[in-house]
Design a protein around this ligand. Structure first.
Ligand code: UTP
Length: 291
């Protein structure tokens, strides 16, 4: 039913102030979880969902991001000459086909809504995914694949939500919903960073969206909201009552890598999960906790 989702927008132009000084000269999306940067997890999540065209909305310090998806000629030649075949494979397999990524600038960090709007010419008039790479999601099928499956059924916009403790609603976009079935709910309200006592529910947006291009018509107005920023959530709220618009309750793992403890949790959890690091990580944690 839904038009095929071929493209993803990855907004990576935020200042990352919660991670200073690490983010002084490097975008936070280059922070590594075990051995790969957050941006690579997001790209792999898209590829696993059948998306292979990417719009990166970058700010200052974008070079490391572009280089990560480029050929590292000297490094590859050196690895080849030293017969380090598995390392060479890791270096080469960043996954984006030639010509399938564009890097566009958000000259000023005016908010997530503005960052997504900066991608409008590259998306055109088709449904697209948005992934905030500082939110790491791990599941099979991936969170984005789950959203696309829901979009295929409904033909409309679908956003991933998860329950959070009520005292945390002020850190998220929050959805009011009417349950349909199979974790899918019709969205009846959306509000960015509500106070706990004013939040219409505890269902938080977790940085994964499949959106219809009509969202650009609302973002075009450049209206500011919470924190004086152009909020994506506010533009989405204006889409309620138009085409189908659903929230999908995501049930996999999700780590808020934009916060220090969330990032630490992601590193430990992924290391415990991976076959090549699980045993050593378990032993290490045992040792550290004994002291
Ligand atoms: P955050 O709300 O985490 O903001 O952005 P931030 O600036 O990156 O980090 P802190 O809060 O200062 O530590 C959520 C996502 O939206 C992108 C960020 O890069 C991140 O992926 N973003 C945010 C933009 O691309 N542009 C903006 O103007 C704001």
């Amino acid at each position: 039913m839904g038009q095929r989702v071929r493209k993803a927008v990855l907004p990576v132009a935020g200042l990352g102030t919660r991670f200073l000084p690490a983010t002084k000269a490097m975008p936070k999306e280059m922070l590594t979880v075990v051995d790969r940067p957050l941006i690579q997890y997001a790209v792999e999540e898209c590829l696993a969902a059948g998306i292979d065209e990417f719009v990166f909305v970058t700010g200052r310090n974008k070079h490391a991001l572009e280089d990560h998806f480029d050929i590292a000629y000297e490094l590859e030649a050196m690895l080849e000459s030293r017969k380090k075949h598995s390392e060479l494979k890791q270096t080469r397999d960043a996954g984006i086909k030639p010509g399938n990524a564009v890097f566009t600038r958000q000259q000023e960090p005016l908010g997530l809504g503005h960052a997504v709007w900066c991608a409008r010419h590259w998306i055109g008039r088709e449904p697209f995914a948005v992934l905030l790479p500082d939110e790491l999601t791990i599941s099979s099928p991936t969170c984005t694949a789950q959203l696309i499956a829901a979009h295929d059924k409904t033909g409309g916009s679908v956003i991933a939500v998860m329950d959070v403790p009520r005292e945390q609603t002020k850190s998220y976009g929050i959805a009011a919903v009417k349950m349909v079935k199979d974790g899918l709910a019709e969205i009846t309200g959306l509000v960015e960073k509500p106070k706990p006592e004013e939040a219409p529910s505890t269902l938080a947006l977790i940085g994964r969206y499949v959106l219809l291009p009509e969202v650009f018509d609302h973002l075009d107005k450049h209206e500011t909201g919470a924190g004086g920023e152009i909020q994506l959530t506010d533009a989405l709220a204006k889409m309620i009552g138009g085409q189908p618009f659903h929230a999908l309750r995501y049930s996999g793992q999700r780590y808020d890598c934009g916060s220090r403890i969330g990032f630490l949790e992601a590193n430990v959890a992924v290391a415990l999960h991976r076959a090549d690091t699980a045993a050593e990580t378990r032993a290490l944690l045992g040792r550290l906790l004994k002291d």
